[in-house]
Design a protein around this ligand. Sequence first.
Ligand SMILES: NC(=O)c1ccc[n+]([C@@H]2O[C@H](COP(=O)([O-])OP(=O)(O)OC[C@H]3O[C@@H](n4cnc5c(N)ncnc54)[C@H](OP(=O)(O)O)[C@@H]3O)[C@@H](O)[C@H]2O)c1
Length: 261
Amino acid sequence: MLSFLIRKVKKFTNKIVIVTGASTGIGRETALAFAAAGARVVAVARNAAQLQEIAGDTILAVPTDVTCDDDVNRLVETTIAKLGRVDILVNNAGFGIRATVENTAFADAQRLMEVNFFGVLRCTQAVLPQMKKQGSGQIVNVGSILSLLATPRNSLYCASKFAVRALSDSLRIELRGTGIDVILIMPGYTDTPFFENQVRYGGPVRIGPMKGVHPRTVARAILCACARRKREVVLTIPGKFGAFLKRWCPRFLDWTLARFT
Ligand SMILES: NC(=O)c1ccc[n+]([C@@H]2O[C@H](COP(=O)([O-])OP(=O)(O)OC[C@H]3O[C@@H](n4cnc5c(N)ncnc54)[C@H](OP(=O)(O)O)[C@@H]3O)[C@@H](O)[C@H]2O)c1
C-alpha cells in the first residue's frame, strides 16, 4: 500500500495540472488530490472567493469562465508564464438542466452546450500547442455515465456528455504518436452541489433517496487514470450496471428509466 502511494506521489511531483470547475465538488477534490500528490495545480472556476479557499503554495487560483475565449487564453498564458508548462488539463466544469426536450428553453440549451461541450473544446484547443511543443501531456475529460446512456428530462445534459465522449474518441486517434493521452472519466451519481446548481423546470433537487459517492472517489479515479494512462473509466456500480443494460437490454433500460427517474 505504502509503495503504491509513494509511486503515485512520485508520478505527479512537479507536474503542472489545470483543473476547471475547481471551486466545488469533483473539481475541488481533484485539485486538492493532485496537490497532495506533489503536483502544482492551477484551479479554475468563475467564483474567485471559493477558489481562494484552496489556493496556497501548490494551488494557484485563476478565476476563469470557460465560455470566454479571452479568459481561457489568459489562463493558459498565465500558467505557462508562472509555471512553465502544462502537463495535465482536467476539463471538469459543467452543469445540468432538468427539463423535457419540449420545454427546454433554447437559451438554456445553448448555455449548457457552451459550458459542458464548447468549454471542453476551448480549453483543449488552448493547451494543445503547448503540449505538442513539450511532446507530452494528458487531457482528462469529465463526462458522465450519461455519456453512455440518456435519461428522461436530462436530454441536453446527456447530449453534451455524449458529445464530450465523441470529442475524446476522435481526439485520442488524432493525437496518436504525439505523446498526448486523452482520458474520459464517466462518474455516476456523486454527492456535490451539482444538483442544487442544476437549472430546474420544477421537480425536486434530487430524484430518490440514493446516496452518491464522495467526490474524492472521483478525484482518486482521475489520478489513477492519469498514472495508468487509461482511455476511459466508468465509475460506480449503478453506472456500470446501466452501461451493461444499455448495451445488452436497451428496451428494459428504457422501461426502467421511464418508471424510476
Ligand atoms: N455530481 C454528479 O453526480 C456527476 C456525475 C457525473 C458527471 N458529473 C460531472 O462532473 C463535473 C463536475 O460536477 P460536480 O458534480 O462537481 O458539480 P459542481 O459542484 O456543481 O461543480 C461544477 C463546477 O463547474 C464550474 N463551472 C460552471 N460553469 C463554469 C464556467 N462557465 N466556467 C468555469 N467554471 C464553471 C463551477 O464553478 P463556478 O460556478 O465557480 O464557475 C463548479 O466549480 C461536471 O462536468 C458534471 O457534469 C457530475
